[in-house]
Design a protein. Structure first.
Length: 337
């Protein structure tokens, strides 16, 4: 145990904390994201066919439907969720106080958005990391940019869309996604106070606090996550009624897609089989454009989980921004198609 407080100690401890964080994050993302997505990209490049079924195809609302959805959803996301919880705990306990805002830099929103590209998490799995970032002093606007950039500007999903769908999907997702991430961050910067700055010169917490942070996530966030996903799954037969019968009523379908795309929860890339299935039955590009943005960007579980970190006002701004971006994507995809 180091007791002396000298120049070398002051430098060594923060550096070791940052190095430990980088190792933890890299290993977690390699196992949960980078390697699996590299394999899927290689497969899609050969087949150009998406084989996974849509999680929104389901039975009538029931407790059994909720349980089945929770089981299937958990099987799809558990590696990413474990990685997110571990990375969130690492952000909170390994990074020196004040380091994260300085690392993001003066252009905090853009820097945070760029940081969200390699992590490639779904909107729910990003929640524990966003909460830890806020506790380490990151501004609400930068945290919201990181939260939305993860699912909307996910490079792997953009590649998947290009390989299995028409080119207009990936172009619309990229263009509207950039507008959404930076636009919401700019508004959040005006309406959500950043709060007090973290203390400077504080050594990284003791290693045992890493375990306590993991325990807090496991006891609070994960059960909350499971309950919300179960609820959405139980009601998904009512929540997502878009099918062939809705094709003849585009206006109704647009309204349904706009509202319910903000509620339902999907794993990374889970919007792709939904879009492919709806396109196959002839749903209009106007509706598909909305779902292209709203399905991955936000969900009821993710909004609840980040509410404490970004404040409910910030979550409301994000939801409103996602809805507006959905309408923009609807118009753009209709024009391009």
């Amino acid at each position: 145990m180091v007791t002396a407080v000298d120049g070398k100690t002051r430098v060594r401890l923060p550096v070791l904390g940052v190095v430990a964080f980088v190792v933890v994050a890299a290993v977690g993302l390699l196992l949960a994201k980078w390697w699996p997505y590299a394999q899927r990209t290689a497969t899609l490049a050969d087949t150009h066919t998406w084989t996974s079924a849509s999680l929104l195809d389901g039975e009538a609302p029931s407790l059994r439907a909720g349980w089945d959805f929770l089981v299937v959803y958990t099987k799809a996301v558990w590696p990413a969720l474990v990685a997110a919880v571990v990375i969130g705990a690492a952000v909170e306990t390994l990074l020196p106080a004040g380091w994260l805002p300085r690392a993001v830099g003066r252009r905090g929103r853009l820097g945070a958005a760029l940081a969200g590209l390699p992590t490639m998490m779904c909107t729910c799995c990003t929640a524990p990391v966003v909460g830890s970032m806020r506790r380490r002093g990151l501004a609400a606007s930068a945290a919201s940019a990181f939260w939305l950039a993860n699912p909307v500007l996910n490079p792997a999903v953009l590649v998947f869309l290009a390989l299995v769908g028409p080119w207009q999907w990936s172009v619309t997702r990229l263009v509207v996604g950039v507008v959404l991430v930076l636009g919401v961050a700019a508004v959040v910067a005006r309406v959500v106070p950043d709060g007090p700055a973290p203390l400077e010169g504080v050594d990284p917490p003791a290693p045992q606090r890493f375990g306590r942070a993991l325990g807090r996530f496991a006891l609070v966030l994960v059960p909350e996550y499971a309950v919300l996903v179960f609820a959405v799954g139980a009601l998904r037969g009512w929540l997502f009624p878009l099918d062939g019968e809705a094709v003849t009523t585009t206006l109704v379908a647009v309204c349904v897609a706009l509202v319910l795309g903000l509620v339902v929860v999907l794993p990374t890339g889970g919007e792709i089989p939904v879009l492919l299935a709806l396109a196959a039955v002839g749903l209009s590009p106007a509706v598909l454009g909305i779902l292209l943005i709203t399905l991955p960007a936000i969900s009821l579980p993710s909004a609840v989980m980040v509410g404490r970190a970004l404040t409910w006002r910030g979550v409301a701004v994000a939801a409103g921004g996602v809805a507006a971006a959905g309408l923009l994507a609807s118009a753009l995809l209709a024009v391009l198609s």
